[in-house]
Ligand binder design. Structure first.
Ligand SMILES: [Zn+2]
Length: 112
């Protein structure tokens, strides 16, 4: 897989952390976009929803999106997701998260 430096347009290989041309930190680059993923409305158990969340965050972190929006519903999954995100934030895997102001059934996670 190949990536592209969003600052200068240089093609870079997947595991390069800073752009060889302009020296920008590639891990921190994002295009301002938000990915939405529903992890709670397909009959998932809590453990399945948490696994889904983790794999979506992992793959989104490798891309250029700034945020991932997790649709979590209003039940137990939501509570567990918020706990898990607190851990991820503590470990530095995500930068921040908050319940969506206009929709308590969704959580916005700031990846970059
Ligand atoms: Zn560059």
């Amino acid at each position: 897989m190949q990536g592209i430096c969003l600052v200068c347009g240089m093609h870079v290989s997947e595991n390069t952390r800073s752009c060889p041309k302009c020296d920008n930190a590639l891990d921190l680059q994002h295009d301002g976009s938000t990915i939405t993923v529903d992890i709670a409305h397909d009959g998932e158990r809590v453990s399945e929803a948490l696994r889904k969340m983790q794999s979506e965050i992992d793959s989104a972190s490798k891309g250029v999106a700034m945020r991932i929006r997790l649709v979590v519903g209003s039940g137990l999954i939501r509570d567990e997701v918020l706990l898990a995100l607190r851990d991820l934030k503590f470990r530095g895997d995500v930068r921040d998260f908050e319940s969506e102001p206009t929709n308590a059934g969704a959580v916005l996670v700031r990846l970059k």
